[in-house]
Design a protein around this ligand. Structure first.
Ligand code: GTP
Length: 266
């Protein structure tokens, strides 16, 4: 480009190529670096066109031509920068939206806990880690007792309020590495890395004890919540489905044994 300016190119039309510099520079190198490059480009171009021909012989441009070339180049630079800025803004906006929807795709909208899909992803990841590290991994599958009665007696919104309050209780009972997910309607799944079944049982008892003393207040009603829980510790060669089925069987036993219980018994 500098050579074209210096020599003038075909019939002194060489400088016309400068107009491709601005859009290409900001597009390839981004707004900040692109503008710095363009500033340097303008300074060097002005210097080349200002060298007196007596010192180094080169094509001589009229002052009007040089000024118009500079003004139009600055205009194209401004428009290219504006375009690049709005392109970058809409890219960042799309990125944020995509992150937001990705997060929402893994959250249960009512309780803001992980949903079943996210729980399965976490279970797969934890299972792979356990196979490598041989550390224990346990799960607790919980189901609210007689939840249908709560809905029937106090209304669906009261049921929703119970689910939301339970989610808060669970969240406050967990360690950072634990995950609690809404597995189904009134079913929750705890994923407890580095935890043996006995320790999972201690957590389950802790939560049950909290629930014994907790009353959900909803529109003047006092609602008691009780839960049945089934625990399973991951065994070698066990698939995720098998592990959940085992926890589900334990949960079924807890229900059969009169509810508000934890199975297996330790
Ligand atoms: N309010 C509310 N209710 C829900 C939601 N999801 C599922 N349910 C209700 O949960 C109830 C589950 O009823 P059942 O499967 O009979 O279980 P249960 O009444 O808890 O009885 P047991 O589990 O045997 O103790 C049904 O009435 C569902 O409509 C929800 O998001 N909000």
């Amino acid at each position: 480009m500098f050579y074209l300016m210096y020599t003038g190119g075909v019939e002194n039309t060489g400088p016309l190529w400068v107009f491709i510099v601005a859009p290409v520079s900001v597009f390839v190198h981004g707004l900040k670096r692109g503008l710095i490059e363009l500033m340097l480009f303008v300074i060097i171009s002005i210097a080349i066109m200002s060298i007196p021909a007596e010192i180094i012989p080169h094509t001589v441009y009229s002052t009007e031509f040089k000024l118009r070339l500079l003004y139009s180049f600055l205009t194209v630079t401004f428009l290219s920068a504006l375009y690049e800025y709005s392109r970058d803004q809409s890219y960042q906006h799309t990125l944020k939206l995509s992150e937001k929807y990705q997060r929402l795709a893994h959250l249960d909208p009512l309780t803001q806990l992980s949903n079943r899909r996210a729980a399965l992803t976490i279970l797969k990841r934890e299972q792979a880690r356990v196979v490598r590290s041989k550390e224990p991994l346990s799960i607790i599958l919980c189901d609210i007792d007689h939840f249908k009665k709560i809905n029937d007696k106090y209304g669906h919104n009261a049921g929703d309020a119970v689910l939301i309050e339970l989610a808060e209780i669970f969240t406050h009972s967990m360690r950072e590495q634990d995950c609690i997910a809404r597995w189904g309607g009134e079913e929750f799944l705890f994923i407890l890395p580095q935890t043996q079944a006995e320790s999972a049982n201690i957590l389950a008892e802790k939560i049950q004890a909290k629930l014994q003393h907790h009353i959900v207040h909803y529109e003047g009603h006092d609602i008691n919540i009780r839960m049945s829980m089934g625990i399973e510790q991951f065994k070698d060669n066990q698939s995720i489905d098998e592990m959940i089925n085992c926890a589900d069987k334990q949960l079924y036993q807890a229900k059969s044994a009169g509810r508000n219980q934890i199975f297996p018994k330790f």
